[in-house]
Write a protein that binds this ligand. Structure first.
Ligand code: ADP
Ligand code: MG
Length: 272
């Protein structure tokens, strides 16, 4: 359904072009929930903007249901984005003066259809907010506001839902709530969901696919396939350890020129 074929992205800078993504390829099927992970500044937002038709790649192609948004004229591109792609930005931009239900109905104002209000209520039910539909955003917690933004993005029945750092600024239980709602929605609505995050821990158990971005390169697979020292060392271009402790995973790069085990031994004062 979504096919990403060898896309690269460079930005011009005073010191020459900065390549943030190099020959990235992967595909998603309806019902797939995938996470784009990687350190800050690795290109997660850039990738989401390209997939959302908001920013063209420097090279390569993206197709959604066989159509390449960047081949469309500006009006057709805008219509395609509105109809086929849901985007939840880091700042959820809810209208403070409107109720939760009214916020979810905002996208349907462009082309109102019969049944919009019923669908909005069903979506609020899906995200666990049916009892809050008459509240204003200011009366909700951060996690609840995020779920309103999620319901709103689904109102136009997109095929692809993109979320940029939806877990930022949430407490752990809200994080887990959002992640499981997203995975369930992907399956129930038959859409592909792709979100970015810098902490992989809340996502690894739930996501079907991980797209790990680092140093311009990308590794794609299940969490078990990608979050491996050999794979991540290849991506970062330096030795990386994957440490599993108390049910959490930490990716730790060794300081340059020092083997990680040696560095850890030094930190612990181990004498060899
Ligand atoms: P992430 O979301 O993983 O933190 P971004 O995609 O936002 O990463 O940014 C990746 C890199 O590209 C960063 O070094 C950032 O400064 C740079 N960058 C992002 N957008 C632009 C732009 N429009 N012009 C120049 N550089 C940019
Ligand atoms: Mg970002």
């Amino acid at each position: 359904m979504l096919a990403v074929n060898r896309i690269s992205k460079s930005y011009p800078t005073p010191r020459g072009p900065l390549t943030v993504l190099s020959e990235v390829s992967f595909s998603l099927a309806p019902g797939d929930a995938a996470a784009i992970m990687g350190p800050s500044g690795s290109g997660k937002s850039s990738l989401l903007y390209i997939l959302g038709g908001l920013e063209p790649p420097s090279s390569g192609t993206v197709t959604l249901d066989g159509r390449n948004p960047f081949e469309l004229d500006p009006d057709a591109l805008a219509a395609f984005r509105n109809r086929s792609i849901g985007f939840v930005f880091q700042d959820h931009c809810l209208l403070p003066q409107c109720t939760v239900l009214e916020n979810v109905l905002v996208p349907t104002l462009v082309a109102p259809a019969r049944g919009d209000a019923d669908r909005a209520r069903a979506l609020l039910d899906r995200v666990g907010l049916s009892d809050r539909s008459d509240h204003r955003p200011a009366e909700l917690s951060g996690g609840e506001r995020q779920r309103v933004a999620l319901a709103r993005s689904l109102a136009p029945r997109p095929r692809l839902l993109l979320l940029d750092e939806p877990l930022a600024n949430l407490d752990i239980s809200s994080e887990q709530g959002i992640v499981s709602v997203l995975a369930r929605l992907a399956r129930a609505e038959g859409i592909a969901v792709l979100l970015s995050a810098h902490d992989m821990n809340p996502l690894m158990p739930v996501m079907d696919r991980i797209v790990y971005v680092a140093a311009g390169r990308v590794a794609v697979g299940t969490a078990d396939e990608v979050v491996q020292p050999e794979v991540l060392s290849g991506l970062y271009g330096q030795h990386v350890d994957v440490i599993r402790v108390h049910g959490r995973v930490l990716v730790v790069a060794a300081p340059e020129g020092i083997d990680a085990a040696e560095a850890a031994a030094e930190d612990l004062g181990v004498i060899r």
